[in-house]
Ligand binder design. Structure first.
Ligand code: ADP
Length: 236
């Protein structure tokens, strides 16, 4: 449970994500999705209840420690990255993850292993052709892939994707999701996404959050047919 003042943002949410899952969290604006993700990552502390990660109680664990334990969320690219090349950005994240610091990244020469690992991540996300482009010059859909690349540099066991297709034109979002769908099963994925076409194609399990509680949870087919979901969420 999380309250803000007297307001209850989430209550009695029992969300279990299985290893290797492709699990989506959907719900109308204000349903509590962001609050729930913030509780999982440790950005917010629950007012009551607990959070477990891979069998370990992490309720009081700091965000960076949860990240080290394998719980990684995507974050928005900030100005710092705009002038860097795609490879530099990801190499910097790899370096940070390895505890090597982030000041060395220019030039990349002499840091072969870090660069190799960054290049492998770019390859996985089909970003290798853009390795030497400045991130700001990429199409928006590909910029959002860099966010995922930065998250992968943290070696996630559980990856929280917070609206990866937000602001991405439909023509690019399909490709973005095809790439996400090819990520290896060692990485469990929890997705928040507004575009229902993408959610229903990608997710194998969907939890519908309404007014801070899980209304229903199950396979996409079941969710799509659920009368309350149609009524409350899809507005039918
Ligand atoms: P969603 O991500 O599903 O749109 P949120 O988690 O952002 O929903 O919000 C859930 C509810 O909690 C909303 O009614 C919102 O106004 C409220 N809320 C979220 N964060 C805060 C905050 N920091 N202070 C007060 N109320 C908040």
């Amino acid at each position: 449970m999380r309250t803000f003042g007297g307001f209850v943002a989430t209550d009695h949410v029992n969300l279990v994500v299985e290893p290797g899952a492709r699990h989506a969290l959907i719900g109308p604006n204000g349903a509590g999705k962001t609050t729930l993700i913030n509780l999982l990552t440790g950005y917010l502390e629950p007012s009551a209840g607990r959070v477990e990660l891979l069998g370990q109680d992490v309720t009081t664990m700091a965000q960076h420690e949860r990240c080290r334990q394998g719980l990684v969320r995507t974050f928005q690219i900030n100005q710092l990255f705009a002038d860097m090349t795609v490879l530099e950005s990801v190499a910097m994240a790899v370096s940070e993850q390895r505890g090597l610091g982030t000041r060395w990244w220019k030039p990349l020469a002499g840091h072969g292993e870090v660069v190799d690992q960054a290049a492998a991540i770019l390859e996985r996300l089909k970003l290798l052709p853009d390795a030497y482009e400045r991130t700001r010059n990429l199409a928006y859909g590909r910029q959002r892939l860099i966010e995922i690349a930065l998250a992968l540099a943290m070696r996630p066991k559980v990856l929280l994707l917070d609206e990866p297709a937000a602001g991405v034109p439909t023509s690019e979002s399909q490709e973005l999701f095809e790439t996400i769908a090819e990520l290896p099963r060692e990485v469990t994925i929890v997705l928040i996404e507004h575009d229902m076409n993408l959610v229903f194609r990608f997710a194998e399990r969907i939890s519908v959050l309404v007014s801070g509680a899980i209304l229903v949870e199950g396979a996409p087919d079941m969710i799509a047919q659920h009368p309350r979901v149609k009524e409350v969420y899809l507005g039918e």
